[in-house]
Design a protein around this ligand. Structure first.
Ligand code: G3I
Length: 373
């Protein structure tokens, strides 16, 4: 521990540990973890449309898996009843194929970023169960069917649980009932029988939610519904969750199938509540007293971030027989959704590359963490 802290301090002193993000013989995450698990990043529309070539160079060098941050969500790909918009998603999938990456689909059924029309008739009244089931079937067979054989794994259902482990009363749940979960996984399997199918959620380190996810997935599997694994969204902070809490969930979920760490980043900014996770509706008015690193991360926080990433990756490496993928939620700090959540307009620093596309000490710290195991 003392040794790795000294190393990180030394790295800080020489700014970027001799790493060059986009060229040169530097180590990359995909090489370091090649025998262990995929290492991925979420891509946005600017990146897949070629408007951010520096980020793309980082992705090609560092990662062997990609996830679509927003491009495959219902509102992006299926904005109106008879209208699909596949161009950005096609570009995303083509990029992954060109680079021989494991391409993730995110997501098929969620309560967020799903347009109101899905749940309503033309008068704005709630549709019947039959109508909603038909809409889900059309959506999944069209979207998952289009990328059959190209997308390796789908987040089929996203965030169906409350933090206490009970089922979220989403419109899917209220109109269709609990069976919407089995419907979604069955339809995805029919659309692409070889794709892996996942349940994905945040705060899965919390014991009650962990138990809820286990119940949800086990119930489906006992009915013969294919669920290949659980995505633990890693929207975590500098102090919480603890390594032990994360580890307990990794071990528990591995008994049901693959474990993936998805949507990973470490938030370094203070928050006005004890918030954790990623409930996009839990927001606050902008307040500069929570925007304390506008001019960059102080060295001591940079070091804390590097150490936190190193500690967590040491855990992932320890459980490499259980974990199939670790995916960061963005490429550089400029891309992070945390610049706008839980309040708008902050300068956030949660990822491995800074706003100048330079690697942060956390990258080197992660790579060094492997030798500890
Ligand atoms: O659609 C509008 C677009 O028309 C407009 O030009 C643009 C300008 O601000 O805003 C666009 O909508 C934004 C959308 O991202 C697309 O960029 C929304 O305001 C913004 O709220 C939305 O945020 C996304 C969020 O999901 C929505 O729930 C984040 O980028 C995305 O990182 C985040 O990702 C989710 C995962 O999918 C699931 N788990 C939680 C995670 C973090 O919330």
């Amino acid at each position: 521990m003392i040794k790795s802290k000294l190393l990180i301090t030394a790295c800080l002193a020489i700014a970027s540990c001799g790493f060059v993000a986009t060229k040169g013989p530097e180590e990359s995450l995909k090489k370091v973890f090649k025998d262990d698990f995929y290492v991925g990043a979420a891509l946005n529309g600017r990146q897949v449309s070629g408007k951010d070539p520096k980020a793309i160079a980082i992705v090609e060098h560092q990662f062997n898996s990609i996830s679509p941050e927003n491009l495959l969500k219902w509102e992006s790909v299926h904005p109106a009843l008879d209208k699909y918009n596949f161009a950005p998603a096609d570009a995303y999938v083509a990029f992954g194929q060109k680079n021989d990456m494991f391409v993730v689909g995110h997501n098929l059924v969620w309560h967020n970023q799903t347009p109101d029309w899905v749940f309503e008739d033309t008068q704005g009244n709630a549709v019947s169960k039959d109508v909603l089931q038909k809409r889900m079937a059309d959506h999944i067979s069209t979207v998952a069917g289009r990328y059959k054989g190209k997308i390796g794994g789908w987040d089929v259902v996203n965030e169906a649980l409350n933090d206490d482990g009970t089922l979220r009363e989403s419109k899917w749940y209220k109109i269709v009932g609990e069976e919407y979960l089995a419907d979604a996984f069955r339809l995805a399997h029919e659309a692409d029988p070889k794709a892996e199918l996942y349940y994905n959620d945040y705060n899965l380190w919390k014991p009650a939610k962990r138990d809820g996810a286990i119940r949800l997935v086990r119930n489906l599997q006992e009915k013969g519904v294919q669920v290949d694994g659980i995505g633990m969204q890693g929207h975590w902070g500098l102090e919480s969750p603890s390594i032990e809490q994360i580890e307990e969930s990794i071990i528990a979920f591995s008994k049901l199938g693959k474990v993936m760490i998805t949507e990973f980043e470490i938030d370094v900014l203070p928050n006005p509540s004890n918030r954790s996770g990623a409930d996009i509706d839990a927001t606050f008015a902008a307040d500069e007293k929570y925007n304390i690193y506008k001019n960059g991360l102080p060295d001591d926080v940079q070091q804390q971030l590097a150490q936190r990433y190193a500690d967590i990756f040491a855990l992932f490496h320890k459980h490499r027989d259980k974990i199939s993928r670790v995916t960061f939620w963005g490429v550089t700090d400029a891309d992070s959704w945390l610049n706008d959540w839980p309040m708008k307009g902050r300068t956030s620093h949660p990822l491995l590359f800074d706003r100048n596309y330079q690697p942060k000490p956390a990258l080197k710290a992660i790579i060094n963490s492997v030798s500890k195991n």
